[in-house]
Each structure stands twice: as C-alpha cells, then as structure tokens.
Design a protein around this ligand. Structure first.
Ligand code: BGC
Length: 281
C-alpha cells in the first residue's frame, strides 16, 4: 500500500508542481505537523522557510533533505510570540526568496494543568505562542501580500494563510483549558481575517487536526494502553500521521482550492463526530 504522500506524488507526477514559484513560510516546522507540512510543500514545488525556536539541527536536517531533492529551503529561528522576532523572520524570508506567498501558522504548544492548578504563566505562555503568535505572523504576511498584490503567473490569490488549529477549537478539553481557549481563538482569528481580507484576494483557512502522531501528544500513543484509549476516540480507527496534514495543506493553499476561504477543515479521522454516540445516546 502506498503511503498517502506517495499516492499524492504519483497522482501529481504528470503535472507541474502545484506550488511552483511560491514561497511558503511554515512556523514551528522542525518537528511534527509543521515538519510534515514543510516537506509536503517543498515536494509540491514551493521554496520553504523552516521556522524553529529550538533544536536548529532538526531544522537543518529538513533543509538539507529538501535541498538534496532539488528544492529550496532555509531554516530561520524566531519565537512567534515576540514581535521583533516575527518581523525579523519575515525580513529574512523576503531577503532570501523575494516574497512570501503562503503562511502556515503552525507553531503551537501545550502546557497542561487542571484549572485549579494552572499558573498565570502557563495560561499566558500558551496563549502567547498559539494565538498571539498566529496574529503576529499573519499581520506580517498580510503586509507583504498587500504590498506585492496578485502575481497571476503563480497564483490567483495575493496570498494564503493556513492556520493550524485543532479539534479542540470545537471539543472542550478538561485539564487543557489554556490550549482549548487558544484554539477557540484561532477559529475566530481565522474567520475574521478571511472576512476582512477576502476583498484583497487573500484566502485564510484552518486545518483542525485530530490526534496526529507527534511529540506534542507522545504520552497519548506511546504505550499500548494509551493508544487503545486514544483509538476509542477515532472512528476511522487509526492515529493520524504528519503526512495526512501535509497533503491536505498543499491542496488548501493551492489554486485548486481558490474558492475556499474562512473554512476549517477537520482532518481528524472522525474525532469530532461524537464517537461515544456510535453505541450510546
Ligand atoms: C493536541 C493533541 C491531542 C489532539 C486530540 C491536539 O490538538 O495537541 O495533544 O492528542 O489534539 O485530542
């Protein structure tokens, strides 16, 4: 059986890569879902900025792999919750590749605690990275999109923003109130930006991943018991892989999805389908 990524590649081999001539800036791209998206967008022909905040060696490996495969990529450090870092990140991307066509607002974190134990620092940090970070990056991206305008030879849109949200923009999550609130905020950030920026030919959408096998949720899948409990929440019967998100992300920022804006696409194996009701209710 081909992996989802092999299936997509063989299906698209006959055509020019869909993101040819465009630059994608992916935040938090040195592991997990961000890495999957960065690799998928590079395979689709985009020059990719691999943003990271720690572990530069992981970002370098991704850049080396993309370059070895004939693509273009650059690793740039920035903490998305810091305005100066974000502005320097966009300057670096534009200096290297001329412009930015696609922003993938992916960087995110969890710092879990029960409400009664959660410190203000835990609350503030998660909101700062997961929500304020998406605002800061989107603002810089939109400034560049509006400055440049549409380049019809590469895309119908002046720019695309893809917010990486979570099933927890919809599903409340006890013990993770800071995270759930940050993703609820991402939902309104995405929709409001889509409404405001549509007239400028900027498309804004979200992917809401379910349980994807990455470092952020290792404790939920690394033991057999944890994995079984997690699978009970997923009607489709498997944990997601970063490729599952990467493939959908490429389509959503490509011109094949030009009329899609303001949408959240749940890529979750059915986690948002109230799986308890399959046998209850
Ligand atoms: C969280 C993961 C979790 C998944 C499903 C994601 O947004 O980061 O830790 O496994 O949602 O609950």
């Amino acid at each position: 059986m081909p992996t989802p990524s092999q299936a997509l590649n063989s299906a698209t081999n006959a055509q020019p890569p869909v993101l040819q001539g465009q630059t994608a800036l992916v935040t938090g791209a040195n592991s997990g879902i961000g890495e999957g998206i960065a690799r998928a967008m590079a395979a689709a022909g985009a020059a990719v900025v691999v943003n990271y905040v720690s572990h530069p060696e992981a970002a370098d490996t991704i850049v080396d792999d993309i370059t070895a495969a004939g693509g273009r990529a650059l690793a740039l450090a920035a903490d998305v919750s810091k305005e100066d870092d974000v502005q320097a990140l966009f300057r670096g991307a534009i200096d290297a590749f001329g412009t930015v066509d696609i922003l993938v607002n992916n960087a995110g974190m969890q710092d879990d605690a029960r409400l009664v134990d959660m410190t203000l620092e835990q609350w503030n940090r998660v909101l700062a990275v997961n929500l304020t970070g998406q605002f800061l990056c989107a603002r810089e991206a939109v400034r560049e999109f509006l400055r440049r305008g549409v380049r019809p030879e590469v895309s119908c849109a002046a720019g695309k923003i893809l917010c990486i949200s979570s099933v927890h923009e919809r599903i409340p999550w006890a013990g993770h109130v800071n995270y759930a609130v940050s993703k609820g905020g991402v939902m309104q950030l995405m929709m409001t930006m889509a409404q405001e920026l549509g007239p400028h030919r900027v498309r804004v959408n979200s992917i809401a991943p379910g349980a994807i096998r990455t470092p952020i949720n290792r404790s939920a899948w690394e033991t057999a018991g944890a994995e079984a409990a997690l699978l009970a929440l997923i009607p489709y019967g498997r944990i997601g892989e970063p490729d599952d998100i990467g493939n959908v992300a490429v389509w959503l920022v490509s011109d094949a999805a030009d009329y899609v804006t303001g949408a959240t696409l749940f890529v979750d194996g059915g986690m948002t389908l109230y799986p308890g009701f399959a046998t209850g209710g």
